[in-house]
Design a protein. Sequence first.
Length: 387
Amino acid sequence: MPLSLEPPYIASFVEFEQHVAKLIHKAGWIVETAKPNQPGYDLLVTKGNRVGVVQVKWLKSNVTAPQLLKFADFLDSQEGKKFHFGWFITTKGFGGPALALIRGWDKDTKIRCGIADENKLVGVDDLLDISGGGGGSTPIEPQRKVYFGVFTCKGGVGKTTVAGHLAGALALQGFNVALVDLDPEQNLQKLVGDGVFVPNPKGVGTTIEVFNGLDWHEDAARDCQIVICDCSPALERNPKELIERLDYCIIPTTLNPLGINKHGKVIQQTVKEIRQINKNAYLFVLVNNFKDLSVKRFQLLKSVYLSAYQEINKLDDKFDCIDPEEVCIRASDLLYYWGIHILENPENPTSRLAFDLIGGRCYPREDFIKLADYIETKAGIGILRTN
Ligand SMILES: Nc1ncnc2c1ncn2[C@@H]1O[C@H](COP(=O)(O)OP(=O)(O)O)[C@@H](O)[C@H]1O
Ligand SMILES: [Mg+2]
């Protein structure tokens, strides 16, 4: 039975965190707020020689399994091992997969999960049985998020594929990523569900959380450093506030002869439209679905491709037509069949990326990590790398 409470009394994450801190304090714990930018937890709680950490999640929807696993990973990490336990406290409830995880945990598991209602914390199991009010905590300054858009007016060139796997590549590098699905087709939500947990054997894993464009609110993805929007192909259908906020925009295209001919104009128009709303975003044209060609044909296509955008390059110093020899997304069966699971198992689709190894290699993983690296080098997402 999913636990579910609507919390009309909570207006923001900060208020919710203070509320949770009060409830725990009332039960006799000393409560401290974690340092700003502290990864892994929000509150530190002590009673005698028992020291634990609390992850506070202010969500409009249920907690997902990746969100919980990330906290479990933290508790198992070098830093997390110092604590006796971890409490995961949220607003609304725990979804089916998260509850299945919780059920599978035993008494040695350090996580206990609960929901903060108006007067008390309600444990998903009996161990988190704290009641009361009082105490307080200092709000944490939220970090500035970096926004990516994946946009082109053309359908079927890989917007959703690129958005999802760029998120994966960034998550593998240790960022928490929010994917915002702005396309009315809502493919991202179908493919990735609530989110994906990306484990990191060397440290704390990260999550990719998926949001419907209509529900998007920064506070819902408080610990995400990166936001990636899978945009609607009709620019005017995307929320203007989001287009204005984009730091980077990826424009996927294909390198087939007819595609370049047609698409050149489309991209010029696309850039013009974006620039009317956003003058600062770095724009990257990315070749997707790249097939191995003979050298001669490749050089011909490449020169047509690069010259198609030279005009824009001259006028716009934040426009970059990525040389496919440097970075492109290769055609692969893994990406081609990514999403087949929603057809194979529509009742219970699993959330995963096309990042499996085949013979020790994985093209999509390599290509998207390269893309992330390229963007970082060219335009710098280094502001995020504080630790
Ligand atoms: N690099 C690639 N290699 C193989 N197939 C791809 C690749 N990129 C996209 N595809 C295929 O193209 C289809 C359309 O891609 P999608 O990301 O849904 O495009 P869009 O979101 O722009 O409509 C996908 O279902 C996938 O099968
Ligand atoms: Mg799509």
